[in-house]
Design a protein around this ligand. Sequence first.
Ligand code: HEC
Ligand code: HEC
Length: 198
Amino acid sequence: MRVSILAAALAAALAFPLALPAAAQDARRGQALAADICAACHGPEGRSQMPGVPSLAGQPAEFVTMQMILFREGLRAVPVMQQVAQGRSDQEIEDLAAWFASLPPGPPDDRPARNAELLARGQAVAARSNCGVCHLPNFAGRNQIPRLAGQREDFLAQTMAEYRDNRRSGSDTQMNAVMYGMPDADIAALAHFLSQQD
Ligand code: HEC
Ligand code: HEC
């Protein structure tokens, strides 16, 4: 049941280019919407200064589109984002995604200071878990796979624990498998390492 709903969401996302032959994504329309609705939490430049709220600047458009669909369809259960995504058209979602993808990524102003020990541990865990194979070696993400470099450390730690504990399910179960059994200390180290990448 759940699988078929996810499959439908995926199919819907993949069908966008076909469903929208003429009206391409319009980052400027996305910019206006983002200023009205998203900037308050995700930051005016898409760099979040709010704990627990991820930065969106430089995220692959496909990733933002997919997550907005998951929120809209109630498949990623975060009340605040479900409310924001509710009733948004596919076109609005595509425009928003194009806008955030166009923004230069960067760390939040309140990024914690670098901790060499934690960084080295996180780097080692990332290497042996092959994070870079999917998220790219510089962790910039691609397609439906998110950028992790420079993301808020608190958000990274929180969301990885959610995958591990099956409290976050994505468009597929790849991340639940990757995080399965991951100790808290390794999650903390990964979050630190990734948030320190530029
Ligand atoms: C009231 C605050 C708030 C507003 C307004 C808001 N968001 Fe969010 N958003 C959040 C929070 C909190 C999360 C993290 C959810 C979680 O815990 O996983 C989030 C997550 C997301 C994610 C997932 C990103 C990721 O890296 O996993 C996307 C995409 C997103 N928001 C897009 C938007 C867009 C587009 C808008 C405007 C149309 C918007 N948000 C408005 C609070 C907000
Ligand atoms: C097999 C490919 C694959 C591997 C390996 C992988 N990831 Fe992912 N990752 C994904 C996909 C796909 C998503 C988006 C899933 C979704 O829709 O929730 C994702 C999402 C994430 C997110 C959510 C970010 C956000 O902004 O919402 C984090 C954090 C993350 N991965 C960290 C890692 C780390 C750390 C590793 C290594 C320990 C890793 N990933 C390994 C494919 C992978």
